[in-house]
Design a protein around this ligand. Structure first.
Ligand SMILES: CCCCCCCC(=O)SCCNC(=O)CCNC(=O)[C@H](O)C(C)(C)COP(=O)(O)OP(=O)(O)OC[C@H]1O[C@@H](n2cnc3c(N)ncnc32)[C@H](O)[C@@H]1OP(=O)(O)O
Length: 229
């Protein structure tokens, strides 16, 4: 999680029970310190990478039918092993004893979520936030192009993180203008706060490939009343 997002999480922490009630955020304090978190990161991160690799390989494989059947059985067996002991529901937002947060099921950044690209947001002192990501075959919409909903995921997460760099903010309205198709491959998204009006923060951003902007975004992000009370 980027520095800005950690700061926001620390702001949420004292009001977490209220937020849990009003917004149904699953919030868990874990009795672990940061070294145990690092150990788990090193354990689960490579598993998730392997599953990502499997997703891409499944889309693009051209091996013989017998190999497909063999791999199907192996993957089903692996899933059954993992199912032997499971969480009751989604992962939620968790904290170590030192207040470090981890949202490992998150669709944008989750360390244990192979569906997440995964995104990592950077920022500078001028307030510019950005993320660079490579979106391959699993994110295809129109042939050779990124699915429009995935563009929205990247921009929603980046703009939301930008809006939340001072106070926690939720997406109220996200408006996108798809100027041209976004080719699969290396992409960069940028965002900046353009207006603050009380609990409302307006953020503008773009998604670009090497040839320039493909999607423009404007988001209105709202600070939940319960978090600022
Ligand atoms: C650090 C991690 C970053 C993560 C980034 C990812 C962001 C996300 O994906 S968040 C998930 C998607 N979003 C959601 O689930 C939000 C669901 N909606 C809600 O929880 C609520 O409707 C919420 C919080 C947006 C607003 O509720 P509430 O606080 O009751 O608003 P309310 O008091 O009615 O209105 C406050 C102001 O916001 C405005 N407003 C309310 N809803 C919206 C909206 N959807 N769009 C635009 N403006 C809105 C109102 O007009 C009002 O403006 P004004 O003060 O000028 O009259």
């Amino acid at each position: 999680m980027c520095r800005g997002a950690q700061h926001v999480v620390n702001r949420i922490l004292p009001a977490a029970d209220t937020i849990l009630h009003d917004h149904r955020v699953k919030f868990t304090r874990e009795d672990i310190d940061s070294s145990e978190l690092d150990r788990r990161r090193a354990l689960y991160g490579p598993l998730t990478e392997a599953v990502r690799e499997l997703v891409d390989a499944t889309i693009r494989t051209e091996v013989d039918e017998s190999v497909i059947r063999e791999v199907h059985a192996e993957v089903a067996a692996a899933a059954a092993k993992l199912r032997a002991k499971q969480l009751d529901g989604a992962f939620g937002l968790r904290f170590t004893t030192g207040g470090e947060s981890f949202a490992w099921g998150n669709a944008g950044i989750g360390l244990r979520n192979a569906l997440a690209p995964p995104l990592s947001v950077e920022s500078d002192a001028s307030g510019l936030h950005w993320t660079e990501v490579t979106l391959g075959a699993p994110y295809e919409g129109p042939p050779g192009l990124v699915h429009g909903g995935i563009c929205a995921l990247v921009l929603d997460h980046l703009l939301g993180t930008t809006a939340s760099s001072i106070e926690p903010r939720f997406t109220g309205t996200l408006t996108l203008r798809y100027r041209r198709g976004t080719p699969l491959g290396r992409l960069r998204a940028e965002a900046r706060i353009t207006r603050n009006e009380g609990r409302k923060t307006v953020v503008n951003g773009t998604l670009s490939d090497a040839g320039g902007v493909t999607v423009e975004a404007e988001g209105i992000f709202i600070g939940p009343a319960t978090a600022t009370a």
